[in-house]
Design a binder for this molecule. Structure first.
Ligand code: HEC
Ligand code: HEC
Length: 354
């Protein structure tokens, strides 16, 4: 008798699990909840490519607003003192002002420099080493990271589920009575995809709206010139200003941080880091994965004379002689880099704390 009861219970439990799974799958393909929501109209400035939005996370006005609220809310950190925006500040193109290493809630510094957050919808791998394969799954990293927001994921979800306002907001956007990790990831990713930067003086020049100075134009030519900067090889000129590929640009000869190697364990990936966009570069100091350079001049000095010829150095730099740029060449390239600051982006009211 007793045995039979257990069997019945197991069958019922199995059935419930099956129904829940089927429902969850159904939601993924065609979220019931998006009925009655307003599709978000993503405006892409001319000069940037179209953005592909994942089919399982369509953007809605309500979803973006929810993601924005979460991005600025310290509720996601262990002691409710730190939000995503604590290290990703809009005034500095969502980097960490001039801090070399971000400091988490326990006062411990991480080993890496906070990355800029814009044009994320064009990218595939996230973090300096590409440790997160999509924007949705990236969200959990900083919440759990002990040197960042240091919070247990279940605890973060519990706080959201018992909050006076979040449950209704999540239900409206994603349906369901319980806030899940997937919903949290999707909401923040929706907001992150709206952070598009493409209205710098360079963009306005390309659209024929303004002119650049002779020095800035010369800097652009040197940026492309294979015998001088040859920067465009990795930081593609125009569009997103990056190939977003992993490259070894010779910052080290011995690796304290082996970068991409940590993910792939391929020796050939030693010292490779994700090529950052050079948009807004004048306002995102310090530079490189560990924030070792304080100024753009130091970055140019690195590419001119400082880089290390190692086995794994990118082939493009491998064949470059040291000292190929004059002081004037470097000054002109910096003048060009200064045209990439997008003041409309850093002041856009839609991206501020709601
Ligand atoms: C304590 C500071 C800190 C906090 C808080 C923080 N970040 Fe970051 N963020 C960083 C650092 C440092 C990196 C680079 C990490 C690495 O490469 O290992 C980074 C990288 C990223 C990236 C990758 C960007 C790219 O181009 O690959 C995204 C996206 C991001 N953070 C979003 C967030 C979100 C969303 C939150 C809140 C849930 C958040 N961050 C909270 C410091 C922080
Ligand atoms: C072989 C590819 C490659 C070439 C060529 C190259 N870069 Fe880079 N650049 C990178 C990579 C990869 C990083 C990140 C390295 C790191 O974090 O340690 C980077 C980082 C930078 C940074 C710091 C960005 C930040 O957000 O911290 C600046 C500035 C920069 N490069 C400018 C230039 C300029 C100017 C040139 C031409 C003189 C150039 N790069 C040529 C691959 C390249």
């Amino acid at each position: 008798m007793h045995k039979k009861k257990i069997t019945v219970c197991l069958v019922v439990a199995g059935f419930i699990a099956l129904v829940t799974t089927i429902n969850a799958c159904k939601k993924d393909i065609n979220p019931d909840a998006i009925y009655g929501l307003t599709p978000y109209n993503l405006v892409i400035p001319k000069g940037l490519p179209a953005m592909t939005i994942p089919a399982n996370n369509p953007m809605t006005v309500e979803g973006v607003a929810l993601g924005r609220k979460l991005f600025y809310d310290p509720i996601l950190s262990g002691n409710r003192t730190m939000s995503c925006a604590s290290c990703h500040n809009q005034s500095y193109a969502f980097t960490d002002s001039n801090k070399q290493h971000s400091t988490g809630i326990d006062g411990i510094q991480g080993p890496r420099n906070a990355m800029n957050l814009f044009n994320l919808g064009y990218q595939k791998n996230f973090f300096w080493d590409g440790g997160a394969a999509d924007l949705e799954s990236q969200v959990i990293g900083p919440i759990k990271n002990p040197v960042e927001m240091h919070e247990d994921l279940n605890n973060a979800l519990h706080k959201l589920n018992t909050d006076p306002v979040y449950p209704a907001m999540f239900k409206r956007v994603f349906g369901g009575d319980t806030i899940s990790a997937t919903m949290l990831m999707r909401a923040i990713a929706q907001f992150e995809r709206t952070l598009i930067s493409g209205n710098s003086r360079y963009d306005k020049y390309k659209r024929g709206e303004i002119t650049l100075t002779a020095q800035e134009l010369n800097g652009m030519a040197l940026f492309e010139d294979g015998a001088k900067g040859d920067c465009t090889h990795c930081h593609a000129l125009g569009g997103t200003f990056s190939d977003f590929d992993f490259k070894n640009n010779g910052v080290d000869s011995i690796y304290t941080d082996a970068g991409r190697y940590r993910i792939t364990l391929l020796a050939s990936d030693s010292g490779k880091f994700k090529t950052p966009s050079l948009r807004n570069i004048a306002i995102t100091a310090p530079y490189m994965h560990d924030g070792r350079f304080a100024t753009l001049q130091q970055c140019l000095d690195h590419y001119n004379t400082g880089f290390h010829y190692t086995k794994y150095l990118d082939p493009v730099l491998q064949i470059k002689p040291k000292g190929r740029m004059t002081a004037q060449d470097m000054t002109d390239i910096i003048a060009f880099l200064n045209t990439l600051t997008d003041t409309e982006f850093v002041n856009n009211p839609d991206f501020k704390k709601p």
